[in-house]
Design a protein around this ligand. Structure first.
Ligand SMILES: C[S@@+](CC[C@H](N)C(=O)[O-])C[C@H]1O[C@@H](n2cnc3c(N)ncnc32)[C@H](O)[C@@H]1O
Length: 395
C-alpha cells in the first residue's frame, strides 16, 4: 500500500471518534480481564478484526483515494491484467482449476482478473474468496455484481479453506495485515511487548519472556542469522505464518500460491540497524508509527519476512519457485504490452495509465519495496512472471 506523508493529520470527530472510543474501551476491558496487560498481537487483532469495531471489520472506506491507503489493484487495472496472465498460464498447464483469493479487500483484483480471464483459453471454473471481514465481503459482492453482472455466479465466498483445491491462490497484501508478535532485546534476555491501559490511555509495556518462549527463541534464531542486536532492538514477526501455510499445504493438491506484499529477505528485514522494526499505521493517507492512535480507524501493518514465508511454504510441502520485485514481476508478465493495449483502446487515458505504470514499477514507489513470491505444488512449469528476473537466492 502507498500512504501519503507523515505530516500532522486531522483528528476524527463525531461518529468516528465515538466508534474509536468504543473499541478502546473494549480493549481496555480485555486488558483488565487478562490481569493488566495483553500481548501486542492480541491488541492488533482487536484493533483490526474485533467484530463490528475493528478497522477491517467495521464499515469505513479503507482503500483508494477516499480511504487510508491505496494498494496495487486499486492503483491500476493493469495490475490485475498482468496477474491474470500468470493465472492463465498455470490454469492452462493444469488443464483447468479455480482461483482462490485471500483477503480480497474492496474486490478490485477479483474484478480485473476475472475480466481479463474471460477472454482466455482457460478461465477459472470458480473464483473463490476467503475474507475475514464481513463488511469487506459485502463490498466485494456489491462491486462484482455491479461490474461483472455476467460472472458473479462464478464467484463464491468461503468460510474456510476447501478440503481440496487445484488452481491458483492469490494473497495480495494479506500477510502484512496479520497481527504480529513484538519483541525487544533486553540487556539480559528478551521481552515480549504488551499493551496496558493507564488513565484511559493505551501504552506499551515490555514483559520479560521466558528463555524457551517463542519470542525468545525467535530472537535467538534472528541473531544467529542476521548478527547481534544492541539492547533495545525492537522488531516483530508473524506468528501465524507456519499455521497458515500448513492449512494451505493440506488443501492445495496442485497449483500455484502467489504472495504479493511489501517486505524483505530476513537479513535485510532484521538488519541490526533497523532497530525499531517495521510497524506502520495508515490513516487518511498519512503514515506514522503509533498503533494506539485512533484505534479502529487506522490500519496497522508490518512488513513481510519473505525468508520466513519461503521456509513456511517449503515446510508445508510447496516448492518455492519464484521471488522477485513487483516491477520485474509485472514487466515479465507484459505490463508494457498491457499498457499499450489500454492506450490503444482509450487514447485519452494515456497520461493516467502512464502515471499508474510509474507507481507500480518505479523504485521510489511500489516497484522495489513490493515483492512477489511464488510457491508451487505438483506443477512443473517455468513461471512467466519470473522470466526477466528471479532472485530466489536472496531469500
Ligand atoms: C491490506 S488489505 C488488502 C486488500 C486487497 N487484497 C488489496 O490488495 O487491495 C488486507 C485484506 O486481508 C484481509 N485478511 C486479513 N487476514 C486475513 C486472513 N487470515 N484470511 C483472509 N483474509 C484476511 C483483510 O480483511 C483485508 O481484506
Amino acid at each position: 500500500m502507498l500512504p501519503g506523508s507523515s505530516q500532522a493529520f486531522p483528528p476524527p470527530i463525531g461518529e468516528a471518534a465515538a466508534h474509536s472510543r468504543l473499541l478502546r474501551d473494549r480493549i481496555a476491558a480485555a486488558i483488565i480481564a487478562a490481569g493488566g496487560a495483553i500481548p501486542f498481537r492480541e491488541f492488533m487483532r482487536m484493533a483490526l478484526y474485533e467484530p463490528g469495531l475493528g478497522y477491517y471489520a467495521a464499515g469505513a472506506a479503507k482503500f483508494g483515494a477516499g480511504g487510508d491507503f491505496i494498494t496495487a489493484p486499486e492503483i491500476s487495472p493493469l495490475y490485475g491484467r498482468c496477474l491474470a496472465r500468470q493465472v492463465a498460464q498455470v490454469l492452462k498447464a493444469l488443464g483447468g482449476g479455480d482461483v482462490l483469493e485471500f483477503g480480497a479487500g474492496g474486490g478490485r483484483l477479483a474484478v480485473d482478473v476475472l475480466r481479463a480471464l474471460a477472454g482466455s483459453s482457460a478461465p477459472p471454473a470458480r473464483y473463490c474468496i476467503l475474507e475475514v471481514s464481513p463488511d469487506l465481503r459485502a463490498r466485494q459482492r456489491e462491486l462484482i455484481r455491479a461490474e461483472l453482472p455476467g460472472h458473479h455466479g462464478r464467484v463464491i465466498w468461503l468460510d474456510r479453506l476447501p478440503a481440496a483445491f487445484t488452481g491458483v491462490v492469490l494473497a495480495n497484501e494479506v500477510l502484512d495485515a496479520m497481527p504480529v508478535t513484538m519483541f525487544r532485546k533486553q540487556e539480559h534476555g528478551c521481552a515480549e511487548m504488551h499493551v496496558i491501559c493507564e488513565d484511559g490511555n493505551l501504552r506499551w509495556q515490555a514483559k520479560e519472556a521466558a528463555p524457551d518462549s517463542e519470542p525468545a527463541l525467535t530472537l535467538a534464531m534472528l541473531e544467529r542469522e542476521c548478527g547481534v542486536f544492541a539492547a533495545g532492538y525492537t522488531s516483530e514477526y508473524n506468528p501465524w505464518l507456519a499455521g497458515w501455510w500448513r492449512a494451505l499445504g493440506d488443501c492445495v493438491r496442485r497449483g500455484l500460491v502467489l504472495i504479493a506484499d511489501y517486505g524483505y529477505p530476513r537479513r535485510e528485514y532484521y538488519h541490526p540497524q533497523r532497530a525499531r522494526g517495521t510497524l506502520l499505521c495508515h490513516y487518511r493517507h498519512h503514515a506514522h508509527d503509533d498503533p494506539f492512535l485512533h484505534v479502529g480507524l487506522q490500519d496497522i501493518t508490518a512488513s513481510v519476512d519473505f525468508t520466513a514465508v519461503a521456509e513456511a511454504a517449503h515446510s508445508a510441502g510447496f516448492t518455492v519457485a519464484g521471488y522477485s520485485t513487483q516491477a520485474h514481476f509485472l514487466l515479465s508478465l507484459g505490463l508494457l504490452e498491457c499498457f499499450e493495449a489500454a492506450v490503444r483502446a482509450h487514447p485519452d487515458h494515456a497520461p493516467l495509465l502512464s502515471q499508474q505504470v510509474q507507481k507500480l514499477t518505479l523504485p521510489g514507489e511500489m516497484g522495489e519495496r513490493f515483492k512477489v513470491l511464488a510457491a508451487t505444488k505438483d506443477l512443473d512449469l517455468s513461471l512467466r512472471g519470473y522470466t526477466v528476473f528471479n532472485a530466489l537466492e536472496r531469500l
